[in-house]
Design a protein around this ligand. Sequence first.
Ligand code: NCD
Length: 467
Amino acid sequence: MSLADRSLVTTDDLSNEEIEAVFSLADEMSDSINKQSTVCQGKVMASLFFEPSTRTRLSFETAMHRLGGNVISAVDIGATSLAKGESIADMARVVGDYADIIVIRHPWEGAAKVVADYAGVPVINAGDGSHEHPTQTLCDLYTLKKERGTIRGLRIALCGDLKYGRTIHSLIYALARFGVARIYFCPGRGLKMPPHVLRKLTQEYGGTLYQHPITKPPSLGQRVDAIYVTPSESHQLALMPDIEINIDISEGALYVTRLQKERAKDANQEAVSTEGYPVINADLLKGKEFKHTIVMHPLPRLDELAYEIDADPRSMYFKQAARGVPIRMALIALLLGAKKTDISKPEALPAQKIAYPVYKQEFGVRCANSNCVSTQKGETRYIKPEFKMVDLKPLTLRCVYCEHETHPPYIASSDWHQGLLTNKKYHGAASHLTRKIKPENLIIFDSESEAQARGFKPSSYAIRKGE
Ligand code: NCD
């Protein structure tokens, strides 16, 4: 089977078997890294990095050079026509005509999906705002496999910025899919895992989330905020809900990230601070509970990872970064069709597992995330808001671009009773009508003025309080 012509926008775009195939090819590539110079000969990779990057950009570019391909690049929005107001879609179409594959990093969530929708060539998301960073996840999983032999059954603590850290968001879904046993969440203050990530995790990958602090990790100096127990272990724990669970990652991993200051300052969210931010240092690693724990970090680091542990054999972060080259070589070669996998029968992709009804209308409701590509001025000219209806009680829409959730307050039916204008009514989204109206007839509004602008009048179910 071939992965040719596919894009990698989120980790859901690859099945577990396909990820394993990337790893096998990466093994081959790293064993003979100097003998790959004809694999992508004559191919061109466009490297578009509109946010700072060292590892990701240079490892992608190194990978393409090692495969014998060529690289064109743009690293500054200000030096591209985006600065003149060009849309991402137009840029994608143009670059897709020049290059055989595009790697994009962009500060807006969902930007990589737009590029993939319009470029006509494979697109790799190298980080879109705080949404996802799937190739970092490939490096992380590959490191876990190499250092621990398997991912299944591991216990892993995720520390630091769980709110804005895109590497964390991509990683968590993959960990669940590969059957880790437990994930401990240790966020910095105001940096908890966002609700939309938690919903996707439990609704789509199963398992149980214990949101109340169950224990204090002995020396992380930080309260465990929640524990996610994957399906293989959840049954056992559900039988003993009050049990005192001690953080136990001695045979697992501690994955820490820096505070994503650049994103926290943009968002008008609750204040974040480095006070009480988890710090991994020699003192902490002295604890016997961390005797064999490996320490991972996507880098760059700030103060959360002390330099004094760099020589410690448990520290894996520079290995993680070095593995970025063979991993990205394997991925580029597969997406360009220069290499094939030996998967005979493809598994369903995780993204296809639950067929949520899709809601797509030009009017009425927009994504509530101000950093979503679908809400940006120039992009609204062509992007129609599109959502997956992930819940009806309460009505919950997940934006297909950034995956943030919106809870719109009003609904109506396009098939109003007997076609009489007097029956053109809107209702509170919490009323039973949300579940009664056929999905194909449902119209959703994020305000009363939107509903009224479309000629709808309030019904007796339009009162939000006490519906
Ligand atoms: C990460 C990123 O860009 O999200 N860096 C990387 O690609 N290794 C993590 C970070 O910037 O903190």
